[in-house]
Design a protein around this ligand. Sequence first.
Ligand SMILES: [Zn+2]
Length: 470
Amino acid sequence: MRLVGGFVIACSLALAGCVSAPAPRAAAPAPPTVSAEVVRDGDNWTVEFRFGLRSPAWLFHHGSVAREGGRPWRPGSWAVETPGVRIERRGRHDVLLAESGDVPETVRIRFTPVSVDLIAEYDPALIFSDGSVALWSGHFHMMPIASAEAAEALPMDLNGIRFNGSGSQATFRDRAGRVLHIGQRFDSATLIGGKVYVLFGPLQPVTSEDIAAVIDPALPDWLKRELAASTPAILRRLTEELGPHGGPPPMLLVSWRGPTPGLTSMGGSTLPGQIGMTFQGAGVLTEDKDVRDSARWFIAHEAAHFWLGNAVRYEVAGDSWIMEGGSDLLATRAIAAMDPAYDPKPRLQEALNQCATLAVRPVAGAGERGENLAFYACGAVFALVAEAVSRRPYGAFVRALIEANRADGVLTRAEWLAALDGAGADPSVGQDIDRMLRSGVPDPKAMIASLFTRSGIAFTLGPDGTPRLS
Ligand SMILES: [Zn+2]
């Protein structure tokens, strides 16, 4: 968790939680192997899974842990009602297991929606003060796996791993009325492999040309006004810079956990077309520049993922530095353009300082080491280098890469590095960035200073040899 001026920003570290990670591919025409039916009946929530083939174990595609305490969240929220079946933590994943033989064809689970901040993943639920609840559909995705031991051996990143079957679908239904999905009300919403928040309850979105906003009515008034004004402005600015994002009209979901004394907190995540935010704490009740700037920055970073993350995604999770560092720099530039009083330097210097510490190890392997921060910090440093080399705003560098890769939807490390070379960088610059990604370097401070010198970024050297942006 990053603390900025006493303000907790959860998603700035959320890695894949910020980016839509590509799902394992499903064979298109076959019916989904797993169907989940999620039903709200007043305060009772259930999900019934129907499995299209027999397997002794089923792996939840998304099984991250709570940022606070590092524990899996399903045991405190989900209770399996079907006898002979249980959910267990195995390695880095949650698994549904039969006590003997195969898991039955139908499994019923009762659950209580929980709003918990997860590492590199979307909150299971956003809970609004009027009783409305948004559930994240990705947590109902499963695939067959041979055994609990096989699940235990899996890495955290499941991209590129092939599973049997043809994917998952989830249907969401509310006995009390219609659910809200992509800005509209439906009797039920069925998502085939889709990962979005579906809203249960009466809360209505406020729509403008650029975004539809579902904002908790209990959120402090100044913050409601601020979000309603700055969110469309940020999206307009990014669209001007980067071109159309090509996704559905975006939706902002903002929930309020209440004025907890002594706390000032915000968390959230983004999905294709959705930004989720949760505010909490007495520190948010009155207008505050730090809270305002952090909220704007957060929305700008998340909105940048409609391009870096959705219009184009990374090839492997080790390349999330392209998405996270890039979104960090785009956000910083967007806020500075909106507000002349905003000084982007402290945040960029912080990224530099963090990269100077973390890049002794391979930046591309940061996710597996739990050092996701390196993706943001070093990614921002690399983006600064690209901006300086190309002598254009970073948005222009990114726009060309998006246009070139819109068709296949994937922006690879090689493509990013080739664009750097193409922008006129000394070839050694790209080679050294590649080295930081693959193996890390013994003295990252000196390496960053050297990258800056070669790309024409002005700096001074601090007493410990860390470059200081001037
Ligand atoms: Zn992000």
